[in-house]
Design a binder for this molecule. Structure first.
Ligand SMILES: *Cc1c(COP(=O)(O)O)cnc(C)c1O
Length: 344
């Protein structure tokens, strides 16, 4: 059967030989004492890249979002999220369990929140109400199929947030995919937010880690929260070294992942029984509706696995396929022929 084509996620990417060399050679120290030069370099590089004052290396995107929520809010605050957001769906309820924060969701359109709908759920001064403590957006938006939130929609949300004095956090796990699709530097997106989390371990192919960026004062407070949740690392320069290569060498190549996702979507759209809108594939994620095949997403993925292709069941009849550096155009062609024979 040959090698397995793994389209479950861009998290499956393995570190490049250059990353492994950088890890081997990394200069390290105890980062809890602030003495790891490689972690510091990564944090400074990330902050500069996103136009913020300071950065904080964290274990995962989930930890980055949690630390951001803990730093921005107090127990009993309300956190406003888009209804399909990663923080709401896939972060184990950490903000409620560990932050004592209530979540209020707003249904979005392809991941974007309407400013009018947002304004309706912001709490007033009534003595009965919990205070709205934070608004978080996600760009690109995972469950919306890698959808890009355009700058004007972010700006409109920011205007509402400013009117009420509410801070904004960006779950920018895939901010570089969004920046590429929008044709702007990532800092152009980040400027609308008080804090941003982005992942090194997805399309950028580092083995571990995410970075949280914000103002110097805010990051100093976030550092303390990271310690509390057990995220203070010691000779973490070994990991940060791969993150530096990720930022320097792996951002520009995301264009290939977007092209492969488009190619895959266009091919899938031609296969009878499958539904996908290639125009909605803006980055590296394809949402495929398999309902008309009579198969559930679960069954579809199980059948596909027997044929050497891995994908994720996303919803009862929606399959998610993600492109990344460890799959090629040839793999897309092979996937199309495998799926075409499978449903034909
Ligand atoms: C993957 C992801 C995260 C969390 O990252 P982990 O490193 O897996 O914890 C957060 N938000 C979005 C949108 C993601 O896709």
């Amino acid at each position: 059967m040959g090698r397995v084509i793994d389209l479950r996620s861009d998290t499956v990417t393995v570190p490049t030989p250059e990353m492994r060399r950088a890890m081997y050679e990394a200069e390290v120290g105890d980062d809890v004492y602030g003495e790891d030069p490689t972690v510091r370099r990564l944090e400074e590089m990330a902050a500069r890249r996103l136009g913020k004052e300071a950065g904080l290396f964290v274990v995962s995107g989930t930890m980055g979002n949690l630390v951001a929520i803990l730093t921005h809010t107090r127990p009993g605050n309300e956190l406003i999220l888009e209804a399909e957001s990663h923080i709401f769906y896939y972060e184990v309820g950490g903000c409620a369990a560990l932050g004592g924060v209530m979540v209020r969701t707003v249904p979005g359109q392809r991941g974007a929140i309407d400013p009018g709908e947002l304004e309706k759920v912001i709490r007033g001064q009534d003595i009965h109400f919990p205070p709205t403590g934070l608004i978080a957006l996600e760009n690109t938006h995972n469950r919306a199929g890698g959808a890009v939130i355009p700058l004007e929609k972010i700006r409109a949300v920011r205007e509402v947030a400013d009117r009420y004095g509410i801070p904004m956090h960006l779950d920018g796990a895939r901010i570089f995919n969004a920046a590429l699709a929008l044709g702007v530097p990532a800092a152009e997106i980040a400027r609308y937010f008080d804090s941003v989390m982005f992942c090194l371990s997805k399309g950028l192919a580092a083995p571990v880690g995410s970075v949280l960026v914000g103002s110097r004062e805010w990051i100093a407070r976030a550092r303390k929260w990271r310690k509390m949740v057990g995220g203070g690392m010691r000779q973490a320069g070994i990991l940060a070294a791969a993150g530096i290569v990720a930022l320097e060498k792996m951002v520009d190549r995301l264009v290939e992942d977007h092209a492969n996702a488009k190619f895959l979507a266009a091919g899938l759209a031609e296969i009878p029984g499958l539904k996908v809108n290639p125009a909605e594939v803006e980055t590296n994620i394809v949402r495929l509706d398999v309902a008309a095949t009579g198969m559930t997403a679960e069954a579809f993925c199980a059948e596909l696995k027997l044929r050497g292709v891995l994908a994720s069941p996303f919803d009862p009849t929606i399959v998610r396929l993600v492109t990344h550096k460890d799959v090629t155009r040839g793999d897309m062609e092979k996937t199309l022929s495998v799926i075409s024979r499978m449903v034909g």
